[in-house]
Each structure stands twice: as C-alpha cells, then as structure tokens.
Design a protein around this ligand. Structure first.
Ligand code: SAM
Length: 286
C-alpha cells in the first residue's frame, strides 16, 4: 500500500493529480480495495457516484481520495466536492475514462468515485429508545442481500444493522452499490453470536427472531412496547438454535404456494415495515 492508504503516517494530500496510467501506484491501491483484506488494512472503501459522495460528505464521512473523470472537470458540483476533499486533507485525482473503468470494473463507470474511511459502531454504542427498530443478521453471506437490507432499513426508519458472526462485508463494492447510499446513513455493528447474546440481555430490547418454524404469526406481535431487534437467519441454514431460543419471540411469515421460504432481504423488508407500522400507528395516536 502507498502512503495515501495507510491508516497513519504521511499522506499525499491536497493537490489534483492527473492520472492516465493503469500502473500508477495510487490507482493500484484503489483497485486493491475490491479485496476485503486490503479494505481492512487501509480501513477504507469505495463509493461510486457524485450523489453518493455528496451525501457521504454531508453526513460527515471522512474522504481520503476523490477520483473523477476528465469529462467531469469544471462541473460545479464536482469542483465543490473536490474543494471539500482538499479541505479535509484528501487527495483529488483527475483520471482518464479508461482508468475509471478499471477502478470500478465497469464499462460505463460513474464520473465520480470517493474513497472513504470505514465506520463501525460498537454494540454498546447502540442504546435504542422505545421507538427504534434494529435488524440483526446472522451470518449474512450475499452482498446483494446485505446491501438491500441496509437500504430497506434506512427506508423503513430503522436505526442500525447488527452483523452477527461471519458476515459478508458491508463495505464491499457490491454491497455499497446495493445500498444505494444508505450505507452512509445506517450505523453498522459487527459482533460474534456470544457478544450479541450478552448485549441482548442488557439492551432492554425485544428480540423478534424470524424462523420458518416460528410459533407465532408475525402480524400478531406488538412491536411498540420496547425497542425491537428483528433477528434474521442465514440464507442457507436459517437461524441456529442458540439465537432462536434466546429470542423473546420467534415468528413466521405465513406463506402460500410452493416456495420453502422468502429471500432474506424480502423477509427483512416485510418484518421492518410491519414493526415500523406499529410505531407509526403509535405516533398517529399521540
Ligand atoms: N433454509 C433456510 C431455513 O431453513 O431457515 C431458509 C432461510 S431463508 C432464505 C433466510 C431467512 O429469512 C430465514 O432464516 C428467516 O430469518 C427469514 N425468512 C424467510 N422466509 C421466512 C418466513 N416465511 N417466515 C419467517 N422468516 C422467514
């Protein structure tokens, strides 16, 4: 890794560099962010698109590097974002379309890409109030599912996503794409199953686990008494017994037809909007 990507130590900052070579070491480092290990080492990740970059900066995310296509030069919003990047001690790169395509691995890349510092919350940072809803995902494997769930959690008004056990990386390019920018809005926590179970006891939440063999129809639960954690199982194997047994409720979404189960992201969306509907009803009654 070059200095630009080290967590500590000197960084090349401030100036706009023109880059046309794919073998430029900074471009190589950015391309390496497709690997989880390189993302972890540098503590950074890539987000594509001007709107996402603007949103992220507005929400206070730290930008390390802004990359934009030559064709975007002079556009007012791009210039503003470039100025902000420099002001925050970041590096601005103006690159050829060929370089941008290779960085994003796309034929028609977005004109702007931002490299941001990753942000994780700790379980104990989560102190949900009564009107809050969180989603906990047990060993979620599919980046598209995780991205869609983060996006849906954001849209439903949930205040956090907890990744329990070995999960896919929320900062991979594919997940970030699927979040459509919500990765910047929804706090993400990662923990082991043991850490989750111990937090659950002291969190003051109602954990509602979803299970194909759930004893209760999800529509009959009152989600408004305590903050709710919706616990969702792994795509292949569902929830393990230890997590399901420790939950306050175990619910199922009744299905018709021949499908064994719903897709994880779809089931999460059904649960999120049902849980939030109870709170909206509560608001209406005020
Ligand atoms: N073969 C897995 C099993 O036996 O649980 C299917 C897992 S399903 C694709 C992924 C997760 O979505 C489940 O663990 C559960 O959390 C949720 N889910 C999907 N359909 C559901 C349903 N009808 N009722 C409750 N939860 C459901």
């Amino acid at each position: 890794m070059t200095d630009d990507f080290q967590k500590s130590g000197p960084r090349r900052v401030g100036h706009v560099k023109e880059v046309t070579s794919l073998s430029n070491p900074i471009i190589k480092d950015i391309k390496a962010l497709t690997n989880k290990r390189d993302r972890e080492e540098s503590g950074t990740f890539m987000a594509e698109g001007l709107k996402l970059v603007i949103d992220a900066l507005e929400l206070g995310w730290e930008i390390r590097t802004l990359v934009y296509a030559k064709a975007a030069k002079g556009k007012a919003l791009v210039e503003q974002v470039a100025a902000k990047t420099v002001a925050h001690g970041g590096l601005v790169l103006e690159v050829s379309e060929k370089v941008l395509s290779s960085v994003t691995r796309r034929d028609n890349p977005q004109m702007v890409v931002g490299i941001f510092e990753q942000r994780w919350k700790k379980l104990d940072d989560l102190r949900p109030g009564r009107d809050e809803t969180l989603v906990a995902l047990d060993r979620v494997r599919d980046p598209g599912n995780l991205g869609t769930i983060i996006r849906t959690a954001d849209a439903a008004g949930a205040t956090g996503v907890i990744l329990v056990g070995e999960c896919t990386d929320p900062f991979s390019l594919e997940t970030v794409r699927a979040t459509m920018g919500s990765v910047f809005a929804v706090p993400v926590v990662k923990c082991s199953a043991e850490e989750f179970l111990s937090w659950q006891k002291r969190s003051g939440t109602q954990v509602v686990a979803t299970h194909l063999a759930g004893a209760v129809d999800y529509r009959t639960v009152d989600y408004s008494k305590k903050p709710v954690v919706l616990l969702m199982g792994n795509e292949q194997s569902g929830l393990p017994d230890n997590l399901a047994k420790a939950a306050d409720r175990t619910v199922r979404i009744p299905q018709q037809g021949r499908a064994d189960s719903l897709n994880l992201a779809v089931a999460s969306a059904v649960m999120l909007f049902e849980a939030r509907r109870h709170l909206l009803t509560l608001d209406d009654k005020k």
